[in-house]
Design a protein around this ligand. Sequence first.
Ligand SMILES: NC(=O)c1ccc[n+]([C@@H]2O[C@H](COP(=O)([O-])OP(=O)(O)OC[C@H]3O[C@@H](n4cnc5c(N)ncnc54)[C@H](O)[C@@H]3O)[C@@H](O)[C@H]2O)c1
Ligand SMILES: [Zn+2]
Ligand SMILES: [Zn+2]
Length: 361
Amino acid sequence: MPQKVRGVVARSKGAPVSLETIIVPDPGPGEAVVQVQACGVCHTDLHYREGGINDEFPFLLGHEAAGIVESVGDGVTEVAPGDFVILNWRAVDGTCRACRRGEPWYCFSTHNASQKMTLESGEELTPALGIGAFIEKTLVHAGQCTKVNPAVKPEAAGLLGCGVMAGICAAINTGKVRRGDSIAVIGCGGVGNAAIAGAYLAGATTIIGIDVDDRKLQWAKEFGATHTINSREQDPVEGVQALTDGNGANVVVDAVGRPETFKQAFYARDLAGTVVLVGVPTPDLTIDLPLIDVFGRGGATKSSWYGDCLPSRDFPMLVDLHLQGRLPLDKFVSETIGLEDVEAAFEKMHKGEVLRSVVVL
Ligand SMILES: NC(=O)c1ccc[n+]([C@@H]2O[C@H](COP(=O)([O-])OP(=O)(O)OC[C@H]3O[C@@H](n4cnc5c(N)ncnc54)[C@H](O)[C@@H]3O)[C@@H](O)[C@H]2O)c1
Ligand SMILES: [Zn+2]
Ligand SMILES: [Zn+2]
């Protein structure tokens, strides 16, 4: 029997989100219904509401979640009712051209549920990142459920489902930060501070947090930043060079995603270093760089989708590191809130008051 539950919907561009009754179908073949326990508020949810991702309103927001599998459809073997899982937006198909090349973290045809959740009117919802988890129960593809050690708190674990994963592995997987490296991270929100935590885990010895907000820089220090720069007060390129013998950092992560921050990242890295763009630009933004500098500075400019992660490999590993006391996932949780508080959480995010507000159900 389809279930009626409460969920957070963005009905139109820029309009405040609303709490709606949503119809969740029983899981079909390959699908699972998950009872959501916690879901973080990511900047990407706000991008959806602002129409910055696409126009497929109404959106069911929320995508950084953990919960318990309630029921599964025919043919599902990887998870069973009662399993504690983190939801992922990279359920690899194993057969696309990226998977066939042995690079499943780029999978170009990831699985999502085939049935739709709807409003009571029957109008179909577009779930954010194919998940939609500001809701009591959600319908996903079973491959989107990654089992992890249930000893972890759901509100900390869920953050690995998007922003914290994206940040940690933008440093470790995409930037390939190694022991002894220098790294600078521009934008120390949830994603940027996770990149700092990732660089710390990987053994980087110079870790520079850059933001326009001193509160974020204070948090950056708690995640392992050895130095911080407020880029309203100091030129970040000169600042990074001064901290790296005049050379620039081996890796610079842009966790904001604007032309000015990308340029700062491009010029703050050492020759032959790596720039990693993890912040998501809006479609109107363009960049103008001297081509001679693109050539002459060498190295790599990469973008990082979800930290080039493989959920089945990386989620359990990062949960284990957290449970061993080596990854302070709980420090990303600034506050826990209810489903009715998501709009207020966007406001707090906008004002820079939180790293992550997490809806707890
Ligand atoms: N690539 C991915 O897979 C992926 C995954 C999750 C989120 N994201 C994106 O990452 C970005 C960051 O997300 P978040 O949740 O951490 O957001 P957030 O709002 O928590 O953090 C953004 C930070 O950037 C800072 N900032 C803003 N403008 C700046 C500037 N000009 N210079 C320096 N700092 C500046 C803010 O003060 C804030 O601390 C967003 O664009 C989000 O959509 C990408
Ligand atoms: Zn694939
Ligand atoms: Zn996200």
